[in-house]
Design a protein around this ligand. Structure first.
Ligand SMILES: Cc1cc2nc3c(=O)[nH]c(=O)nc-3n(C[C@H](O)[C@H](O)[C@H](O)COP(=O)(O)OP(=O)(O)OC[C@H]3O[C@@H](n4cnc5c(N)ncnc54)[C@H](O)[C@@H]3O)c2cc1C
Length: 503
């Protein structure tokens, strides 16, 4: 049968994924497509997902968003990294920043200078050599068109979806409110022809984007794509999420990830409130106990308690089947640590824009899209598992089992390579670069015994002076920056009447 050309696109679901897909398709390919988005008021969105990764900046440029407007409308704040607390040992704290550390050379990455200096007695911290990390530590931030600082955002997920909806509708996306209760497939090919709403209305399409969240209404319930379960490595399967007031005299430019007895808690500071939640494993604790731990670790009054969220860590075996692609939670979910889910949505949408099936969903295209997505998920998975594996905690069965588990060979190799040589060789397409692996491995107390000897071409005093000078320059530059709160106030302050509506 001849492949069917694609003009009419139906997006099922209006959470973060649905509206990101609608905004990007309408912005980039609008005149070529006819786009409809269906969502149901009866089925709420997950309501979480408020911390991002630096790739979000490039994606926003693709959407044509103005940064000040976006931050104002979504009550957004800046994220320079994540503060990990109690992970390797109780009482430990390290920041995984999005920054660059020193200057690497052809021969090797910068951290080898630091490793060599330590060998000869230098006791300075590698953190001193990272501008973003120092800015995060001191709650400072500044950017303008000339600055090269690496950062991401925190934002209110509901306001973000609303903002993207307005932009998408202005570009011609049709919005339909209604619950999908049935799916019509071609009797021979199994391709989706239409979705049927509770009202009886049929919405036909050439191509369907499943953004129905964990339900995976089209990709799984209809097309049976299959799921790859990663719970043998990633034990958390449930989360309780809250929104609280926030003592607004200071806003840290980072997410906090605080390890507890059988999971961890996130704290995401926005301009007007904080998002927080406890992710945990039901094999090691109960919902009641997890709730108690969360309540004991709050600052600020609870504004909203969201519903309990249940998930199975893993990925959809094939995210594209026939004429349907899954984007968002319908495509899989690793877990919230390192906030990669919105990145995966945006990468999936960017891939779709470049591989759009104008002339039909041919096998080679579908295969390639699925292969790329699989690799992307797996590379991120290994980095997340690292945080659990590389722990010295033995105070609860959860942490002992994390520490003692077998990890994927790809991760085991990376750990061994780093321990023995100090080398980190991410694949060129890895989301997490050398600095990320380095900060998390050192932060989790994985220390190398070897290193590249290029620094020995300098005298020990020269090496020491180089590191000290770099640290001094960074400290001086950070001291000149406004605080994060001052920055937000002058860059994207919310007008008083809108701010009053927030409280
Ligand atoms: C605990 C937790 C914390 C997280 N934290 C982060 C984070 O910090 N950073 C990050 O990047 N990501 C995070 N995520 C992931 C992030 O929340 C999601 O990737 C993001 O919200 C996208 O969700 P979604 O749009 O795929 O699904 P949902 O928000 O569930 O939206 C599904 C949509 O489908 C519609 N729908 C479903 N069924 C039907 C039907 N039958 N008919 C019509 N419409 C239907 C619903 O109405 C809704 O509009 C987190 C996730 C969890 C669980």
């Amino acid at each position: 049968m001849k492949p069917q050309t694609v003009k009419k696109v139906v997006i099922a679901g209006g959470g973060t994924a649905g509206w990101i897909a609608a905004a990007a398709l309408s912005q980039q390919l609008g005149p070529l497509l006819d786009i409809t988005l269906i969502e149901s008021e009866q089925i709420p969105t997950v309501g979480v997902g408020e911390a991002t990764f630096p790739t979000v900046l490039a994606f926003h440029r693709l959407l044509g968003l103005d940064e000040r407007e976006f931050l104002r409308v979504t009550r957004g704040s800046i994220k320079l990294g994540i503060s990990f607390e109690n992970w390797a040992r109780r009482g430990d704290r390290y920041i995984h920043s999005f920054g660059v550390i020193g200057r690497s050379t052809f021969l090797g990455d910068f951290h080898h200078y630091w490793l060599a200096a330590r060998q000869s007695g230098y006791d300075g911290d590698l953190d001193d050599c990272c501008f973003e990390l120092q800015a995060a530590k001191h709650h400072r931030f500044f950017t303008n068109e000339n600055s090269r600082i690496n950062y991401a955002y925190h934002f209110d997920a509901a306001l973000y979806a609303r903002y993207l909806r307005q932009r998408s509708e202005a570009k011609g996306v049709k919005h339909v409110e209604g619950k999908i209760v049935d799916v019509v497939q071609h009797p021979e090919t199994g391709f989706i022809q239409a979705v049927v709403l509770e009202s009886g209305q049929h919405i036909e399409g050439d191509f369907f984007i499943d953004c129905t969240g964990f339900r995976a209404l089209l990709i799984e319930q209809t097309l049976k794509a299959g799921y790859v379960d990663w719970s043998r490595w990633l034990r958390n399967d449930r989360a309780i999420a809250l929104q609280t007031d926030y003592p607004l005299d200071d806003i840290p430019p980072y997410t906090r990830a605080i390890a507890h007895q059988a999971g961890w808690q996130w704290k995401i500071p926005l301009q007007h409130r904080q998002g927080t939640g406890h992710v945990y494993s039901t094999a090691y604790t109960t919902d009641e106990e997890a709730r108690r731990v969360l309540m004991e670790n709050l600052e600020g009054k609870v504004r909203v308690e969201l519903r309990l969220l249940k998930f199975v860590p893993g990925r959809r075996r094939n995210v594209w089947v026939k004429n349907c692609v899954a984007i968002g939670l319908s495509s899989g979910f690793i877990e919230p640590l390192e906030s990669t889910s919105i990145h995966i949505i945006q990468a999936g949408v960017a891939r779709l824009l470049r591989m759009f099936p104008f002339t039909g969903c041919v096998e080679s295209l579908v295969r390639e899209y699925n292969r790329e997505t699989e690799l992307e998920y797996e590379r991120i998975r290994d980095f997340i598992i690292l945080h659990y594996k590389a722990t010295e905690r033995d105070d609860t069965p959860y942490w002992r089992d994390c520490r003692d588990m077998e990890v994927p060979d790809t991760l085991a190799h990376r750990l061994e390579l780093f321990r023995e040589t100090g080398l980190i060789f991410p694949d060129p397409r890895d989301l997490f670069r050398v600095e990320s692996w380095l900060q998390v491995m050192l932060g989790q107390r994985v220390y190398p015994t070897g290193y590249h000897h290029m620094p020995h071409m300098l005298k020990p005093e020269e090496l020491r002076t180089m590191l000290q000078t770099l640290g001094k320059n960074i400290r001086a530059a950070v001291a000149k920056m406004p605080t994060h709160k001052q920055f937000l106030e002058q860059y994207c302050a919310v007008p008083d009447e809108e701010a009053a509506a927030d409280s």
